[in-house]
Design a protein around this ligand. Structure first.
Ligand SMILES: *Cc1c(COP(=O)(O)O)cnc(C)c1O
Length: 401
């Protein structure tokens, strides 16, 4: 049965607002249409154009675009040389793809705990997880806020690890004035529709390392090269020649998706500005509410916020997180929870991961929800969300003694 809104069943708004959604305009549609009418709908000029635009935006030397953020992470793990027996440290408070990519390569994800105020992976916990088998760190810029880049980079240098940044949330974010994309050994973006810019699906890996770049290019297309200098055999009989020199996949992005992402990238700064404005308004609205804890922001990160998380101080509320979530839904504000700790899933449990390995992440998971945040929200939408949060808190507040 549909839960009724608080106070006589009159919700804060008539239509439902969702936690995230894309913003496609006529320019985007025209960009896609132009490609569909052209000669190349894949492996064409729009892929190169997007790669140049991503390099220009981030400042990174090389970009490899692929068909999803998950493929980007898989390619990064391949390029990092992850194989059977290797360990890769990541956070449990992320989408499953951040850890699955390690398993694709035969490696084992090791979960480090998060900082209980920023919710990002905690460098001290990373240090505790390092063994002789550790080969890489996949750090996730959770909600768009950059991780402690300098400290993680130092850990990587000291321990000879590859630093992979899962920046699915953080395109448009800067750390100490430098763009995400130009900070780690490899940075992975996602262009899924809930992310900041979209191609329907899509992803990219950014790097400054030519050697990694070559491996990423091979991983994207079957391990095939057309570059004679990379070929082993002397079989240059004609211009049709190519060689498969490693095992790769078909992770290519179509040209119409590339055109859409390029068109979206032109609006990234506008999107980022609006996302920051909305996050700022939420911060103001919730900062004086003892029942709501807001995410701590570190001064080094100039954050293009992908998700806005509220953490419930359940001690002050006579409801569960689920009741709060359902009450928000009854107010027509459809929240989401990011994320169930990865190792809680049956697939991971069956591999031997146990509950309790990252107590801070687990505790945070049980208290958080993501409220709507996307650039197309109107000021009225934002105020409606705030009104719904306040109404639900008022309803469930434990009366003062
Ligand atoms: C969305 C997401 C991914 C996966 O990206 P897809 O493009 O959906 O494959 C990976 N990591 C994080 C943190 C994400 O949010």
């Amino acid at each position: 049965m549909e839960k009724l809104a608080i106070e006589g069943g009159c919700p804060v708004r008539i239509d439902k607002i969702f936690y995230g959604r894309q913003w496609i305009d006529e320019n985007d549609i025209n960009a896609v249409e132009e490609v569909l009418r052209s000669d190349f709908i894949t492996c064409g000029p729009k892929v190169d154009e997007l790669e140049r635009a991503l390099c220009q935006y981030t400042g990174a030397k090389y970009a490899v675009v692929v068909n999803s953020g998950t493929s980007a992470l898989h390619c990064a793990c391949i390029a990092a040389g992850i194989k059977q027996g290797d360990e890769v440290i990541t956070t449990p408070l992320t989408f499953a793809a951040s850890a699955n990519c390690v398993i694709y390569c035969g490696g084992r994800p090791v979960f480090a705990d998060v900082d209980s105020s920023t919710y990002n992976i905690d460098p001290d916990s990373i240090r505790d997880c390092i063994t002789k088998n550790t080969k890489a760190i996949i750090a996730v810029d959770y909600t768009g806020q950059a991780v402690e880049i300098d400290e993680i980079r130092k850990i990587c240098i000291d321990n000879n690890l590859v630093f992979i940044e899962d920046a699915a949330h953080s395109i448009g974010t800067k750390y100490k004035g430098e763009n995400v994309g130009n900070l780690a050994d490899m940075t992975c973006f996602s262009f899924h529709p809930v992310k900041t810019i979209t191609g329907g699906e899509g992803g990219a890996i950014l790097t400054n390392d030519e050697n990694l770049y070559r491996k990423l290019m091979l991983a994207r297309t079957h391990g095939i090269t057309h570059d004679e200098s990379m070929m082993e055999d002397d079989m240059h009989e004609g211009s049709w020649c190519y060689e498969q020199i490693s095992l790769g996949y078909n992770y290519r992005l179509t040209d119409f998706q590339a055109a859409l992402i390029t068109s979206q990238l032109r609006k990234l700064d506008i999107f980022a500005k609006r996302r920051k404005e909305i996050a700022q308004r939420y911060n103001e609205a919730f900062s004086d509410m003892p029942e709501i804890i807001i995410q701590k922001e570190i001064s080094e990160s100039d954050t293009c916020r992908h998700l806005y998380i509220i953490q419930l101080k359940l001690e002050l509320l006579k409801c569960t997180r689920r009741e709060f979530f359902d009450a928000m839904s009854a107010e027509n504000v459809q929240c989401q929870v990011h994320y169930i700790p990865i190792y809680w899933f049956p697939y991971y449990r069956h591999m031997g991961y146990k509950k309790g390995i990252c107590p801070k992440a687990e505790d945070i998971y049980e208290r958080i929800m993501s409220i709507p945040l996307y650039p197309k929200m109107t000021d009225q939408d934002v105020e409606d969300v705030i009104r719904a949060v306040k109404k639900v808190v008022d309803n469930y507040r434990i009366a003062e003694q």
